[in-house]
Design a protein around this ligand. Structure first.
Ligand SMILES: Cc1cc2nc3c(=O)[nH]c(=O)nc-3n(C[C@H](O)[C@H](O)[C@H](O)COP(=O)(O)O)c2cc1C
Length: 187
């Protein structure tokens, strides 16, 4: 697939085919991701891979309860309150594969580095007919003490990106993007 077609054709995918994504396929995507630029070549990342639908449902329920309990402190989630209250809403959309990218907070640019890696993974996956969707709703859960202890994540790491993954049956049409604002053209 041509790079520009990959960038312009990619969409967030929330519905997947039944075809299994192998663990090693996800590891290969991570390895491709690591070709991202990183400040001072620190490569400040670590990963959690979950391929267990029941565990993902449990985590989704925990994230929803946590958000609902704090909804007044989280104005950006207010619009989604009815989804979080719906027992049938799974924040991971019934996906079977979850990848959490953690960044080493002792480095200055871990958020930028890990986001660059995540986008590489998203595009590499798309080029192999694997759809992804970045899930922000679970961030606080993945930074919680309980989760980090259970999944062996060092204290100094923070979750930067969470991706659900699965083979695609179809790709939604790319939406129109807003014209970018060029603040200045300089002299
Ligand atoms: C940081 C971040 C957090 C996101 N969180 C969620 C999420 O929790 N749930 C969801 O369905 N989509 C989430 N998305 C996906 C966006 O909704 C999606 O990228 C946007 O609507 C543009 O659509 P497209 O990716 O298909 O071009 C997130 C995207 C980013 C970059």
């Amino acid at each position: 697939m041509e790079v520009l077609d990959c960038i312009q054709g990619r969409r967030s995918v929330r519905k997947f085919s039944d075809k299994k994504v192998e663990y090693n396929t996800i590891v290969d995507l991570i390895k491709i991701g690591t070709y991202a630029p990183t400040a001072q070549m620190r490569e400040p990342w670590g990963f959690v891979i979950i391929q267990d639908k029941e565990e993902m449902k449990r985590l989704s329920d925990m994230a929803k309860i946590d958000i609902l309990n704090r909804i007044d402190e989280l104005p950006q989630f207010k619009n989604y309150e009815k989804f979080f209250s719906d027992p049938n809403f799974n924040i991971f959309y019934e996906a079977e594969n979850l990848l959490v990218v953690y960044g080493d907070t002792t480095t200055r640019w871990y958020k930028e580095d890990c986001s660059a890696l995540a986008e590489n993974i998203i595009l590499a996956a798309f080029s192999q007919n694997i759809g992804t969707c970045w899930i922000g709703f679970s961030k606080d859960l993945f930074d919680s003490k309980e989760f980090k202890e259970k999944y062996n994540i060092p204290d100094s790491y923070e979750s930067v990106s969470t991706l659900i993954l699965g083979y695609m049956n179809f790709v939604p049409n790319p939406p129109k993007r807003r014209e970018p604002i060029i603040f200045s053209r300089g002299k």
